[in-house]
Every structure is written in structure tokens, then in C-alpha cells.
Write a protein that binds this ligand. Structure first.
Ligand SMILES: [Cu+2]
Length: 467
């Protein structure tokens, strides 16, 4: 069955159940049927069909979990289970997640809602869910061993509490966390304000994503779970560029991007072309006096941050983590700097030992983004993504904010690449080549050579060097 149909029929079934007054009490006492979603597409915002109204979020390459109302309580059913996640076209990872995906579905509720969440464990080991950032009774906090026994495989637990304060939160296991988070178990939680709040602006587009990271050997599909820092896939909602959808806005829209970090390091999130304000996070809305314009905001481990701005500049604006190693896909980092090193001699010798050896790096690594290198199955190129003017040469934690005058309100469809108005784009200088001005040769004014000095000869890259 088409998973999207399954998703829609699941949502429809729930709406139907809520609309039908004649549903038997016994049926309502049963667990809500779990709704699954396996497509990696960004699903449209889930408009609330019951309960208090709110303006829904859009989970980048994800979805929101439908609920059913049971005598005034919002009931959700999360199923912890092994999943297959397409992290980008051409690369699927075997992860653990919830309801068919990693991360799990976003949960959206309204301040003051009474929420009941059933959690069924279909993993081979015990788990629990911690509701990060929530005010709740201690016994609902989900720390296995401390506030509850762990949920054994095959068992279902129920959590129930009132969503007491509005904000941007997340959920994740508090049982064998190192393994379960390295395998992709996490999800976002949004508590919308119940009434207009002077510290929470209404926005036209409200995106949410979780930063996560995996260590998956090229050619394999299962993350290494003991990796502490040297991950090779830096992802948003378990997707890597070019597998991350663009963030689309109509020119003039007020946009909020909610970012949570469940990796093992911090991520400076950088937006081109606009200034944003950090309006709050998992601690709640920020006082106005604590807000100022930024173009980069660090999201530390275990934090959530809301970046807000008016998308008033048309164009295709990069939005990415500013750690340059986090905007690349699987690669080994144990490589020497080959800039300016003449490898012609070496390449021939190595090719005799290692068939197919390619010398690279002499003129930088941009050529990696164009090279058709043989890759193991189920492996992404390190730098990928084709733009309208050539390879983008990015991977990992990178996407594009697409601001368009003609984008309709509430339309999240990709508008394609930006067409720059004439005269507004960097271009090659016409005419005969000019001698490039250069600084005095740094080596010529050095002290005279002494015995014992080593002379290193480098061949400067020229337009036809290296072939
Ligand atoms: Cu990063």
C-alpha cells in the first residue's frame, strides 16, 4: 500500500473517529491505532481537526503525528521500532525510530492540553521516552531506572501530563541513550501558545528540524554506535544534502525555524542574506531585551533554538551549519594537505600498487564535487548537489532558503532555482586578461639561506597544470 495513502487514511480515520459520536466506549479505551509514515518527503502542515486551534509547523522531511481526542485528552501512539531511512536519494540507512521513520513524528499540542502518549516498544531492547524541556510530574519524565522501569521489548507504557508551557521541545529515549540516539531515536515536540502571547509572534511559516549525526561506513547501512565525535554524516532530521528539502517562503513572510541539537557537538547555524533573532527555545520565549540580530547562532548540544526573521530578500539563500566538515557527506578525515604538491610521478607508481588510484587535492578539493569516482553501493559522494551554475559541492547540514515574490501563501512547493534579475549577479570580467596584481613574494625577503635549511619546491597551479 502506498505509504502516503496509508498516512492520509490514518489521519482520516482519526478525524472520522472524532466526528462520530457513536464510537463505542470500549473502542475508545483501546490503544489508538498507530499511524505510520515511511516517505522521506516534507509533509504539509497537519491542520488541527480537533482541540484548540493553532498554526501548525512544518517538519523538514518529516511529518506531524495525528491524535485522537478521548474525553478531552489528546491521545498519541508512538511505536519505537527499527526503520529504514532514506538519508538522501541513493543512500538508505538502517536506523531506529518511531512510527516508520527517524526522527519520529513531530508532536504538536497547545498550552494547557492534557496529553496521553502510548509508547509501544518494538525494539530488541528496553527503552523509554524523556519529554525534554517539559514541566510534568516527576514520574512522567521518562528516565528509565530513575522515574520508571524501562519499557521492555513488546510492552506498551502510557505517559500523561498537561503541556504546561508553550515552546519548542523534543523527545528521546533515556535508556541506553548512547546506542539509541546514535541509531536515530528522537523527535520534535511543539507546544503552541493557547492565547496571544506578547513574546510569541505569529509567523507565516514555522519550520522545525533536529540536528543529528551518524557514523556509517561507506558501503554499509548501519551506524556505528560507539562513535563519540568523528561522525561522517551530519544530518537534519536524518537527511543530508542534497536530500534535505528547501525551506520555502513568500517574500515578506515572517519565518520561524526551530532547531534542536541531539548530536555530540555544537552547530553554528548560519543564514545567508537575512538577519534573524533567537526568540526562544526549550527554555521558553526569550525576553525582548535578550534578543538581538544575528546571522549565525550556535545551537549547543541538548538545546533548541528558534530563529526568526522576515524573508524580505528574494533569492536562493544558503542555510547551513558553519562547521565546514559538517557540510560534507561520508569521507575519511585522515588525509594530508596536497595543495601545490606535484603528484604526477607518485600517481603512476601508486596506480601500479592500487588499481584505480587517483591523485587529488593538488589544486584543492573542489574537483571532488565534479569527479565521477567509483563509490561502494549505498554511498553518497562527499560533496554533491547540482545547482543552476554547476556543482554546489555541499553535503550534510546544508539546505536552501528559497524566497519568492510569487510564492503563494501556505504553498511549500519547491519553486525551482532563482532567476537573478539582469545585472544582479557576479560575472566574469570581459576583455583581454589582465595581469593579476600580487603581493611581493613572501619567500624573497626572508633571511638568507643557512646550512641545514630544507628547500621545499612546490609547483604553483596553472590553468593547465596536472594533466
Ligand atoms: Cu555542525
Amino acid at each position: 500500500m502506498n505509504p502516503r495513502r496509508k498516512f492520509l487514511s490514518g489521519a482520516g480515520a482519526i478525524a472520522g473517529a472524532m466526528a462520530t459520536a457513536s464510537v463505542a466506549r470500549a473502542a475508545m479505551a483501546a490503544l489508538p491505532e498507530p499511524v505510520l509514515q515511511t516517505r522521506p518527503d516534507t509533509m504539509p502542515p497537519l491542520q488541527p481537526a480537533s482541540g484548540r486551534p493553532y498554526n501548525p509547523v512544518v517538519t523538514l522531511n518529516g511529518w506531524t503525528l495525528p491524535w485522537r481526542m478521548n474525553q478531552g485528552v489528546k491521545e498519541f501512539h508512538l511505536v519505537a521500532e527499527p526503520v529504514v531511512r532514506e538519508m538522501a536519494p541513493g543512500f538508505k540507512a538502517r536506523l531506529w525510530g518511531y512510527n516508520g521513520q527517524s526522527p519520529g513524528p513531530t508532536i504538536e499540542v497547545v498550552e494547557g492540553d492534557r496529553v496521553r502518549i502510548f509508547v509501544t516498544n518494538r525494539l530488541p531492547e528496553a527503552t523509554s521516552i524523556h519529554w525534554h524541556g517539559q514541566r510534568l510530574p516527576n514520574g512522567m519524565d521518562g528516565v528509565s531506572g530513575l522515574t520508571q522501569p524501562a519499557i521492555a521489548p513488546g510492552k506498551t507504557f502510557v505517559y500523561e501530563f498537561v503541556a504546561r508551557r508553550p515552546g519548542t521541545f523534543m523527545y528521546h529515549p533515556h535508556a541506553d541513550e548512547m546506542v539509541q540516539m546514535a541509531m536515530g531515536m528522537m523527535g520534535s515536540w511543539i507546544t503552541h501558545p493557547r492565547a496571544p502571547n506578547p513574546l510569541i509572534e505569529a509567523v507565516d511559516r514555522d519550520y522545525v528540524l533536529l540536528l543529528n549525526a551518524y557514523d556509517i561506513e561507506p558501503g554499509s547501512a548501519t551506524p556505528k554506535i560507539a562513535t563519540m565525535l568523528d561522525f561522517n554524516l551530519w544530518s537534519w532530521n536524518s537527511r543530508v544534502f542534497p536530500g534535505i528539502d528547501p525551506l520555502v517562503a513568500r517574500q515578506g513572510d515572517r519565518v520561524r525555524i526551530r532547531v534542536g541539537n541531539l548530536t555530540m557537538t555544537n552547530h553554528p547555524m548560519h543564514l545567508h542574506g537575512h538577519e534573524f533573532t533567537v526568540t526562544g527555545g526549550d527554555g521558553g520565549p526569550r525576553p525582548l531585551a535578550a534578543r538581538w540580530p544575528e546571522v549565525t547562532a550556535d545551537v549547543a548540544v541538548g538545546q533548541m533554538r528558534q530563529l526568526e526573521f522576515v524573508a524580505d530578500e528574494e533569492g536562493d539563500w544558503a542555510f547551513h551549519c558553519h562547521k565546514s566538515h559538517h557540510t560534507m557527506n561520508a569521507m575519511g578525515h585522515d588525509v594530508p594537505n596536497m595543495l601545490g604538491v606535484d603528484q604526477r610521478d607518485l600517481a603512476g607508481k601508486l596506480a601500479r600498487l592500487v588499481p584505480g588510484y587517483m591523485a587529488m587535492g593538488e589544486r584543492g578539493m573542489h574537483e571532488m564535487s565534479e569527479m565521477e569516482m567509483p563509490l561502494p553501493d549505498n554511498t553518497l559522494p562527499m560533496m554533491a548537489g547540482d545547482g543552476p551554475f554547476g556543482p554546489i559541492g555541499m553535503g550534510g547540514m546544508f539546505s536552501v532558503l528559497k524566497v519568492r515574490r510569487g510564492q503563494r501563501r501556505g504553498d511549500y512547493a519547491d519553486p525551482g532555482w532563482f532567476r537573478h534579475p539582469p545585472g544582479t549577479q557576479a560575472r566574469e570580467v570581459a576583455g583581454p586578461p589582465q595581469p593579476a596584481p600580487r603581493a611581493p613574494d613572501a619567500t624573497s625577503d626572508a633571511r638568507p639561506a643557512r646550512a641545514g635549511d630544507t628547500e621545499v619546491r612546490v609547483r604553483k597551479p596553472g590553468p593547465h597544470a596536472g594533466h
